[in-house]
Design a protein around this ligand. Structure first.
Ligand SMILES: [Zn+2]
Ligand SMILES: [Zn+2]
Length: 303
C-alpha cells in the first residue's frame, strides 16, 4: 500500500509496509514512536480535507486514545466513515468523539453485547485508589495491569483527581507516557521501574502491561495484589479465568448503549461491523431498518 491513512497507533491498526502514513496531528508523535524515526509520517489537522486518489478524505476525533481518528471519505457524492476504535466517555487524554453524518458507517463492535456497560471513569478510579490504600495498609504493593498505550495514560491522568503521589510504571508504559506528556497530557508523576537500584515497593502502585503478569519481572515486587483494568472485566468468568485479584472496568471502546446510539446517529443506511461481537449489534440495527452486517478485517484485540 502506498499511502496508509491511520486511525490510531495500536498495533492492529498501524503496521509497517507503506510508503507514507497520514495521521491526525495529536497522534503523530505516537505513530512515529511506534513506526520508528525513519518512517514518513504526515500529520493533518482534524477536519482538514486532503485527497487520496479521487476521494476527499478528512480525519475526525474518535475519543479512543491520543490522536485517534475516524476517517471520513467522500467520493462520487457518497460519504463513508470508518470509525476505527472509538468511545463516547470523557477521557482527559484525548479529544472527544465527533458525531458525523454518512451514508455508510464502518463501526467497531468490540463490546457489542448488552452486558457491556461502563460506569463513569472517576468512580472506577476511586475504587482503584481504595484498593491501593487497602493493600498499602497490608504492607504490600498493588500491581495494576493496563494496556501500555492509552489505558495506562488515561488512568494516570484520572488519578490526578485523587492523588499527586508518584506511580511506578513498567518501561513499556513509561516510554509511551513520555510521548503523552510531551504532547501536553497532564498525569500524576511516574517513576520507571528499573533493575539498577533496589527499591522498596511495599505500598506502591505499579502500572504494567498485561504481558508482564506472571513473568519473572514481577518478582521484584514481593508479595503484591494484582488488578486488571479492562472492559473485559465486566464479565465474571473473564475475571476468574485471567486470575487477577481484582478487575476494574475501564474501557477505551464504546459500550453497548454507546454503540447503538452512535451507529443510529450517523444516519447511515448501511453499517458494517468490525472487531468481535458483530451479530447482536447487526440484528439490533437491522430491526431498526439499517442494513447491517459483519465486515472481515485483520483487526484484533488491542495489543
Ligand atoms: Zn485501539
Ligand atoms: Zn482495535
Amino acid at each position: 500500500m502506498q499511502t496508509a491513512v491511520i486511525t490510531h497507533a495500536h498495533g492492529d491498526h498501524l503496521r509497517h509496509g507503506s510508503a507514507r502514513y497520514i495521521v491526525a496531528r495529536p497522534g503523530a508523535s505516537l505513530a512515529q514512536h511506534r513506526l520508528g524515526s525513519g518512517q514518513p509520517v504526515t500529520a493533518v489537522d482534524y477536519g482538514t480535507p486532503f485527497t487520496v486518489g479521487a476521494a476527499r478524505v478528512s480525519l475526525h476525533p474518535a475519543g479512543h486514545v491520543l490522536g485517534s481518528a475516524q476517517v471520513r471519505i467522500e467520493h462520487a457524492g457518497e460519504v463513508w466513515v470508518v470509525s476505527g476504535d472509538y468511545k463516547r466517555q470523557p477521557d482527559p487524554t484525548c479529544t472527544p468523539f465527533e458525531p458525523l453524518q454518512c451514508d455508510v458507517f464502518i463501526s467497531e463492535a468490540t463490546f457489542a453485547l448488552p452486558v457491556y456497560r461502563w460506569a463513569p471513569t472517576p468512580q472506577v478510579v476511586e475504587e482503584i485508589v481504595r484498593w491501593w490504600r487497602a493493600n498499602r495498609d497490608r504492607g504490600i504493593a498493588s500491581a495494576l495491569f493496563c494496556y501500555a498505550l492509552g489505558k495506562s495514560q488515561r488512568v494516570l491522568a484520572e488519578l490526578r483527581a485523587f492523588t499527586d503521589e508518584p506511580v511506578y510504571v513498567h518501561g513499556a508504559v513509561g516510554a509511551l507516557t513520555d510521548v503523552y506528556r510531551r504532547a501536553g497530557v497532564e498525569m500524576v508523576p511516574t517513576l520507571t521501574v528499573t533493575s539498577e537500584k533496589k527499591t522498596d515497593y511495599r505500598g506502591a502502585l505499579i502500572i504494567a502491561p498485561p504481558s508482564a503478569a506472571g513473568t519473572p519481572w514481577m518478582r521484584r515486587f514481593g508479595e503484591h495484589a494484582s488488578g486488571f483494568c479492562s472492559g473485559w472485566m465486566r464479565v465474571r468468568g473473564d475475571r476468574r479465568r485471567r486470575g487477577y485479584d481484582r478487575g476494574f472496568v475501564i474501557s477505551d471502546h464504546a459500550d453497548w448503549p454507546a454503540l447503538l446510539e452512535t451507529c443510529l446517529a450517523t444516519g447511515a443506511r448501511r453499517v458494517l461491523l468490525t472487531h468481535g461481537h458483530s451479530d447482536a449489534l447487526a440484528r439490533y440495527l437491522t430491526e431498526r431498518g439499517v442494513s447491517a452486517s459483519a465486515l472481515q478485517t485483520a483487526y484484533g484485540a488491542d495489543e
